[in-house]
Ligand binder design. Structure first.
Ligand SMILES: [Zn+2]
Length: 435
């Protein structure tokens, strides 16, 4: 596999930006010395003016794994600076939720700071850097957040000084009125610290795009690419037409219209399936809000108390969200993360383990094999990484097998195959690579 190891240093995606650390490191087997700097806020996480006492519990399957202990699907190495014992315990609880939700064989390194911030700011976090890695089917100008890039490469990606750099930088206010309990019983006058940490680590793991404006105070143009690069998130965003956000002139006034049109959605196939077949709305209010717009789910679609409200731009007093939510986890899976214990689609739908697809990678055909001699009728569709349906067919299984052929015209790429039982309605999605 061709490996490009340019690192795009992203000192901070959230409110506290350490401009001094924007040194850009580039090293590569291909001598690619692309210099990338990212210097805007992706998330400014403030408390909303509202109070909304509500509680979304840790999902049962994650709680059970946490209770067993030591069975995490990924290992977070957190360097705590300045934390009180209660703040550290709550932070670790949020870390444990993510480490039981996502899989990686590579440790995820988090630099966590706890100290005084500007009034009102709860905290911030983001990927410490971005990497260009070669992933089949993903445009070559796509940058991956460091933790995800290392997961996909299954190895540490040391920087030019050959040290294992942080994957995520996080800072939280030591003076905000936080509730540090981990039970989600947040008083109506406090902000739930576990929820804030869970949210910010979500950005650090990849919930963010590069969409922004030329001037946050008086924007005239929307901007997407950063020195020609998009983030993996950006490849999955489209408007209602649908037109891909990557298809607009960049920078341009038209792109600003798109970013502020209340009309942007994620077309990630797994994300969409987790949202009952509806492409989830991303936050794109009429006035671009740097630190809120574009890199969050829509607040109105997922209000306080909604199971998918973790990655919306606002948190209310009294609101506890201890669940990443199926839409966010689906998006993580679309971007390349693996869900702890197998695809989360198997949680509700028929078990992924009962469906085998071979060969994978495929060339001109592949065969779907069920673990029974079913003769049910299945709808099979092949979807590309932008959610476009490439092939759609309905066939009966014969002795538990179903073959899809004549695929020589498909270009080599990553695809999703969606298999839906037309009788039971059970649906499963698996990833497939065309050679
Ligand atoms: Zn945020």
């Amino acid at each position: 596999m061709r490996k490009i190891t340019t690192i795009l240093n992203f000192a901070f995606t959230c409110s506290l930006v350490f401009f001094s650390s924007f040194a850009v490191v580039a090293q590569s087997e291909t001598d690619d010395n692309t210099t990338i700097r990212i210097d805007w806020d992706v998330c400014k996480y403030y408390p909303s003016a509202e109070t909304h006492v509500s509680k979304i519990n840790v999902p049962e399957y994650i709680l059970q794994k946490m209770a067993r202990g030591g069975s995490n699907c990924s290992t977070f190495i957190v360097n705590y600076n300045g934390f009180t014992p209660e703040a550290e315990a709550a932070f670790q609880f949020a870390v444990d939720i993510w480490s039981n939700a996502l899989e990686s064989v590579v440790p995820i390194r988090v630099e966590a700071n706890f100290g005084p911030l500007d009034p009102g700011v709860l905290g911030g976090a983001g990927p410490a850097g971005f990497r260009l890695i070669s992933v089949p089917g993903v445009p070559s100008n796509t940058a991956f957040p460091l933790a995800l890039a290392e997961k996909l490469e299954a190895s540490e990606l040391p920087d030019a000084s050959e040290t294992f750099s942080n994957d995520i930088n996080a800072t939280f206010s030591s003076t905000a009125n936080f509730y540090f309990g981990i039970d989600g019983n947040t008083p109506s006058n406090q902000i739930d610290f576990v929820s804030v940490v869970l949210h910010e680590l979500g950005h650090g793991l990849g919930i963010l795009g590069f969409g922004r404006v030329d001037d946050p105070d008086m924007p005239t143009e929307g901007v997407l690419r950063n020195n020609g690069f998009v983030n993996v998130w950006d490849n999955f965003i489209e408007n209602g037409t649908p037109e891909a956000i990557t298809s607009f002139a960049d920078p341009s006034a038209v792109l600003l219209t798109e970013l502020t049109g209340n009309n942007l959605f994620s077309n990630g196939p797994i994300t969409t399936l987790q949202n009952n077949g509806i492409k989830p709305s991303t936050y794109a209010p009429a006035v671009f809000r740097q630190g809120s717009s574009y890199s969050h789910w829509d607040e109105a679609t997922y209000p306080p108390g909604n199971a998918n409200s973790l990655m919306t731009p606002f948190i209310s007093r009294g609101e506890a969200i201890h669940d990443p939510g199926l839409v966010t986890l689906g998006f993580m899976e679309d971007m390349g993360w693996s869900i702890c214990g197998g695809s989360l689609l198997s949680v509700n739908d028929f078990n992924l383990n009962t469906v085998n697809i071979s060969p994978n990678p495929f060339d001109t055909s592949f065969t779907i094999e069920f673990n029974s001699n079913t003769t049910d009728v299945f709808n099979v569709s092949l979807v590309d990484i932008n959610g476009r349906v490439i092939l759609n067919t309905t066939k009966s299984a014969i002795n538990g097998k179903l073959s899809i052929s004549n695929l020589e015209h498909l270009k080599p790429a990553l695809y999703f195959v969606r298999i839906s039982n037309t009788i039971t309605g059970h649906t499963v999605i698996k990833k497939l690579v065309k050679e």
